[in-house]
Design a protein around this ligand. Sequence first.
Ligand code: SF4
Length: 346
Amino acid sequence: MNADFSTTLLKWYQEYGRDLPWRQTHDPYAIWLSEIILQQTQVKQGWDYWTRFMHRWSTVEALASATEDEVLREWQGLGYYSRARNLHFAAKQIVAMGHFPDTLEDIKKLKGVGDYTAAAIASFAFGIPAAVVDGNVYRVLARHFGIDTPINTTEGKKLFAAMAQELLPAGQSPSSVVLPPSSQYNQAIMDFGAIQCTPASPNCMFCPLIESCIAFRENRVAELPVKLKTLKVTERHLSYIYIKCNGETAIHRRGPGDIWQGLWEPLLVDEQQLSQFSHHYSLRLVKKGVKHVLTHRVLFADFYLLETTTKPTLPNDYVWILESDIDNYALPRLIEIMIEHITSKI
Ligand code: SF4
């Protein structure tokens, strides 16, 4: 079954594979350049840039001897400028190595080259049987084999990487100018994902894999691949006033529907309340912008100290407790650390 899958893709590729200029060469420099450009760029736009780069700097030595400014200027319009800086840096790395690295491990040492890019260079430039796993590959494998393990989890990444590797066809290249079957298969599955098994409108009706495709059979094409929603990390700013009044302090318990539900904290104030307190009392800023990372939030907290002999009027949910009793209350770790810090400084 797996051999059928790979053979079908190779056949499809013979007929429909994209004719891209960096596929007409084994020059690792040209292939590496194309892979870096295509990391966050569509083929159509990337093609132009690749041609311009190759025209201006036809060898890695030439690129390495350019200034970073020149490379950045040529890159202008492609975005994600760290790619251009890494490209230039890696060109110098390669020149220092004395040759283009020709093993998967050494290719990975180049700045800006991750697992996917390293496998692509190793496979397309050196014929190394390393499976490439990009978005296209995830989609084709998930759909054809009906796999619903989320692709953006550690488990999913491992599973798909192992599967992709297992599907690589064996065999040597018949000549030095023809890529071995594993490399052709890598190109085939990526093109298949880009042209046939596309994200929104896969051409299932005219697909050579329709008979064996589990997603098609089970009507799950639109569901696969599964990607876990990653919640956006938001920033939040908090201001606390720790009140010391004749050996007592005021705390309240946090309510439901927010962070730290059920835990206790000192007086939490918004900007307006903070300015009112500053107006009436002498507040001392103890720590500013203390960073605390939660799963989907990054908190930045300011801590103030208010020492007074008369208790300020506070909202009803605040209670006055002996400072020495604070250990009996469950506090968020950030608050615990800050109270320890404040009380140890007094
Ligand atoms: S049948 Fe449809 S979903 Fe399945 S591999 Fe072909 S194009 Fe993709």
